[in-house]
Design a protein around this ligand. Structure first.
Ligand code: MV4
Length: 455
């Protein structure tokens, strides 16, 4: 059992992890940058260590500074949260070398799923469906043309090291394949120092459906159902829900089994998420695996009645999973809205600054994960997530009604937020009928915001 944990993160997820530790009787060490001196996670922790200036490269992303903080405070393990160092195999390896526990998968498993071409090959070997495409990395555009003849158009060009839609191009014909190949490769080389690309048939109008999995050190694997994250803007999720409003029962079973097969093949441990594209015909294809606890994990916690962060800590301490597959029977419907300090009426530009008033929602069936307080100054240095509202009700219609009530009673003064947009989406007939895909929000943003340009 772990006794003392350092949280290598900030914001709402740092609070989330500290809360899990407190309930388990585990001591906590918070780290913070110079611009986070007033951050709420410092007040919740037993001990705090300043690790450097505001820019995350010199603080939350600086491996030697985090390790030094862990050594000084004599912790048993580090929880990386999401973002920052959470999916960095080098960091996981340094933790191992320094005999500090890493609450997450092994560096080997992280490497295996972190490289997109490797993950794809692993999926194929595990019998997990992938989008038809090239076997691996393409050596040049001529090889791409050859394979394109066999696959047919439209095609997607993807960078091996890509993420968040970067290094990705759609090609509807050979001409676009030529230009897109060069663009995707150059973009990936600049962003990730790796210009390797591969191609896949383009899946039109897909939904983003992901499976939460969990594995312990004894080789037990379970899945905890799906989250539908189709409401996105430029690869930033806004709303996630479980169950998916469109997934058929047999597809859910097949997707869960596929996710576990992939995790087994990667010799995966701890919490992970396997992302799939779901096409309009109900066929699904492996996309990638996220080797971390995700922002939207509370959606799964509510429908399965689990605590995924506590489970991460128990499993990292060598305990077996506290639930079996048959004990995991999802109940009801959960929806999460991500509240960002951004202005949807002006291209979602960040809206940092002082939050004069913060009155969060509450009441029956409403969970709020947030590091905000009245008077808090949101620094401009980090991502703009300020709160997650998560509701759990017996049906989707009731969950939507509860979320609308929660959004309505919230007061945020001093910064712009995505709350007005969430209200528009949740009252939209296409959303309430479940008829959305991954580009729905981009296509409908003007219509949704149209009658309310100032939010
Ligand atoms: C695709 C696709 C259609 N066909 N691959 C976007 C980021 C990366 N995770 C994979 N992505 C996509 N891959 C093929 N063969 C469409 C997307 C995609 C997408 C996927 C998930 C969530 C949102 C998306 C938004 C646009 C495009």
């Amino acid at each position: 059992m772990l006794k003392r944990i350092l949280i290598a993160n900030r914001g709402e997820i740092a609070l989330r992890i500290i809360r899990a530790c407190k309930e388990l009787g585990i001591e906590t060490v918070a780290v913070y940058s110079e611009v986070d001196e007033d951050a709420l996670h410092l007040r919740f922790a037993d001990e705090t260590v300043c690790i450097g200036p505001g820019p995350s490269r010199q603080s939350y992303l600086d491996i030697p500074r985090i390790i030094a903080a862990a050594e000084i405070t004599d912790v048993d393990a580090i929880h990386p949260g999401y973002g920052f160092l959470s999916e960095n195999p080098r960091f996981a390896q340094v933790c191992r070398d320094c005999k500090i526990g890493f609450i997450g998968p092994s560096p080997e498993a992280m490497l295996a799923v972190g490289d997109k071409a490797r993950a794809r090959a692993l999926a194929v070997s595990a019998g997990v469906p992938v989008v038809p495409g090239s076997e691996g990395v393409l050596k040049d555009v001529d090889e791409a043309f050859e394979i394109a003849e066999r696959l047919g158009y439209p095609l997607m060009i993807k960078a091996v090291a890509g993420g968040g839609g970067r290094g990705m191009r759609l090609a509807r014909d050979a001409e676009q394949l030529r230009s897109g190949f060069a663009q995707a490769s150059a973009e990936a080389l600049a962003a990730f120092k790796n210009g390797d690309v591969y191609i896949e048939r383009y899946v039109e109008n897909p939904r983003h459906v992901e499976i939460q999995i969990f594995a312990d050190s004894q080789g037990n694997f379970v899945h905890l159902g799906e989250r539908d994250c189709s409401v996105q803007r430029r690869h930033q999720k806004l709303i996630e829900e479980s169950p998916s409003p469109v997934l058929e029962a047999r597809t859910r079973v097949a997707m869960g089994e596929a996710a576990i097969a992939l995790a087994r093949a990667a010799v995966y441990e701890n919490a992970g998420t396997v992302e799939f594209l779901l096409d309009p015909q109900g066929r699904f294809y492996f996309m990638e695996m996220n080797a971390r606890i995700q922002v939207e994990h509370p959606v799964t916690e509510l429908v399965t009645g689990t605590d995924l962060v506590q489970t991460q800590i128990l499993v990292a301490g060598g305990e077996p999973l506290p639930f079996t597959q048959s004990q995991l029977q999802p109940r009801g419907h959960a929806i999460e809205c991500r509240v960002n300090a951004e202005d949807p009426a002006h291209g979602f530009r960040p809206s940092p600054g002082k939050v004069a008033t913060w009155v969060p929602p509450g009441g029956h069936s409403v969970r709020v994960d947030s590091h905000l307080y009245s008077g808090y100054r949101i620094p401009p240095d980090y991502d703009s997530l300020i709160a997650k509202f998560v509701v759990h009700r017996p049906t989707r219609a009731e969950a939507i009604a509860t979320m609308l009530r929660a959004l309505d009673e919230t007061v945020v003064e001093g910064v712009r937020t995505t709350i007005p947009l969430h209200k528009k989406i949740l009252t939209d007939a296409e959303f309430t009928s479940g008829a959305v895909d991954t580009s729905w929000l981009d296509r409908n943003l003007l219509r949704l915001m149209g009658s309310d340009r100032k939010g």
